[in-house]
Ligand binder design. Structure first.
Ligand code: BG6
Length: 519
């Protein structure tokens, strides 16, 4: 039976929030700009920000990559803004924005290239009035991060330059894309490299999930409302599930994915961030240091995850949206006997006063039945049922209350509770009270990159990872990765594309007397 729905609407008409602060003029320098991320996400995000009046007039973008793309880079970015950003290609604001984009070809280990870049940036300051402020964005393959950082240091581009009066009124910051390290050791080494050249307050380790409205809303839901926090603990909550399911495969990223896998690609970062937002203690303020400190406390309270509490899977051929799709091992540039996991599930516990004894089940995977990222908080049943007789009379009876937070798509929050079915009997049925972002606010949530680019320009690191946090999450994942590497499994692929993952994942919950919620 479909669960009936009660709609939640906004209490007052929505007034769009006006920007409180505008960033300073600056140049955004994107290393690895010939990659997909720049065209599909970063440039559309910058354009939307500019159109929303959130950027200063004096803004410029420089793409840096190895290939000589001087003639095609800006027009290619225009295509990206039109196709990836849903912008009309006759939009009159488009060409003026494209006019602010330049390109610089260089090898990332070539000193002459950095000297040339430095000159180019001075020229841009003169032409566009960007005042020496620099936002470097490292969007290259991760093996180049350290080289680029060190070279920026060697060329004195890591610190603001002094003006003719010897004063430094400008700033230099760097955003570093994921994956930040490959395991605990490499993450530490990268942190050491980066911290030698940049101060921690210049570094913005990006996880685009934190830019999603629905992810930030977890904190608002918990800490801007008086009624939820009281029940947000081991006394009332039975367990929590976090699902990050994708129906897409690896989209031509074989060489990258072969060295990553689901645990490194999504669980260590996106899913652990979601987990921290759901479980952290109220921070003293919504400021970078306070928020990041609470997150790290949660990750450090997670007990080492036992191999028996982990599941890995890999998709074989199957059907997605009625179309036959290849198995992982048949994808381009994937080893025909690859052991890389395209699905990972974990059971973990957080050993602190709030959460001791509450299991957290998390799963993430590619080529699953549908795209859905959702957090399900399942509450305990009432201690005593006075409606015992209401059960078994055709109604569904008493079920656990659930709060489910839909991160994407169909962003929103649902509360499931029991209601009396109309009629002479005391029969109970679950109903859903639903809040939908799109219905309540009439806007679909922006791509996470907009918010994060803007925050980095404003110097606000609240929604970025800190060194300690990155190392804490790698400390949890690394023993699992090592165990998996030392113990290959024979039955891969173990789920068909278009299903909900390997049967071992269901078995892990069944052993606890539970089931994954049907999404
Ligand atoms: C990226 C991963 O970080 O996140 C991809 O590398 C994944 O493999 C993507 O597809 C998911 O992001 P979103 O915003 O589409 O859920």
């Amino acid at each position: 039976m479909a669960i009936p729905e009660v709609k939640a609407s906004t209490a007052k008409p929505v007034v769009p929030t006006t920007p409180e602060r505008k960033p300073d003029p600056c140049v955004v320098v994107i290393f690895g700009a010939s990659g997909d991320l720049t065209k599909r996400k970063l440039l559309p995000a910058l354009y939307h920000l500019e159109q929303a009046g959130l950027l200063p007039k004096e803004i410029a973008v420089v793409g840096v990559a190895r290939r000589p793309l001087e003639a095609t880079f800006a027009p290619d970015m225009k295509d990206g803004i039109v196709s990836g950003g849903g912008v009309d290609d006759h939009d009159p604001a488009l060409d003026p924005f494209i006019g602010k984009i330049s390109y610089h070809a260089m090898n990332f280990d070539d000193d002459a290239g950095y000297a040339g870049l430095k000159d180019l940036l001075h020229g841009i300051d003169g032409k566009f009035g960007t005042k020496g402020n620099r936002l470097f964005y490292l969007a290259t393959a991760p093996e180049y991060f350290a080289d680029i950082i060190n070279s920026l240091g060697r060329h004195g581009m890591n610190k603001p330059e002094a003006d003719e009066h010897g004063k430094t009124a400008c700033w230099v910051r760097t955003i570093i894309e994921k994956p930040f390290g490959h395991d605990l050791e490499s993450a530490r080494a990268l942190n050491d490299d980066v911290n030698k050249v940049f101060d921690e307050d210049q570094i913005f380790r990006i996880d685009h999930y934190l830019g999603k409205e629905t992810v930030q809303n977890i904190l608002v839901f918990r800490f801007a409302n008086g009624i939820f926090e009281n029940v947000w603990n081991r006394n009332y909550i039975d367990h929590v599930e976090i699902t990050a399911a994708e129906s897409i495969g690896i989209e031509g990223r074989g060489p990258f994915y072969e060295t990553a896998g689901a645990l490194r690609d999504v669980v260590q970062n996106h899913v652990m961030e979601l987990l921290s937002f759901v479980t952290m203690e109220p921070p003293v303020s919504f400021e970078a240091e306070a928020v990041r400190a609470e997150k790290v406390k949660v990750w450090r309270s997670i007990q080492p995850i036992h191999p028996a509490d982990t599941v890995r899977g890999q998709y074989g051929p199957g059907t997605i949206d009625g179309k036959q799709v290849a198995g992982y091992r048949q994808e381009d540039r994937v080893h025909p006997r690859s052991q890389t996991e395209t699905y990972a599930a974990l059971r973990l516990e957080i050993e602190n006063w709030r959460w001791a004894g509450v299991p957290f089940y998390i799963r993430a995977g590619k080529r699953l039945a549908k795209r859905v990222t959702e957090i399900t908080v399942m509450f305990k049943q009432p201690p005593l049922s006075i409606f015992k007789d209401a059960e078994g009379k055709g109604a569904e009876g008493i079920r656990n209350n659930i709060i489910s937070m839909r991160i994407q798509p169909d962003e929103g929050i649902t509360l499931r509770f029991g209601a009396k079915l109309p009629g002479p009997n005391m029969s109970i049925s679950p109903v859903n009270m639903n809040f939908s972002y799109a219905e309540a606010f009439g806007t679909s949530s922006a791509n996470g990159y907009e918010r994060l680019l803007l925050d980095a320009m404003l110097g606000d690191a609240t929604l970025f990872a800190h060194r300690d946090g990155v190392e804490a999450t790698w400390a949890l994942m690394t023993p699992i990765l090592e165990h998996w590497a030392a113990n290959p499994i024979k039955d891969l692929p173990n789920y068909a594309a278009g299903t909900w993952g390997p049967p071992t994942s269901d078995a892990m919950l069944k052993a606890d007397g539970r089931k994954w919620r049907k999404l």
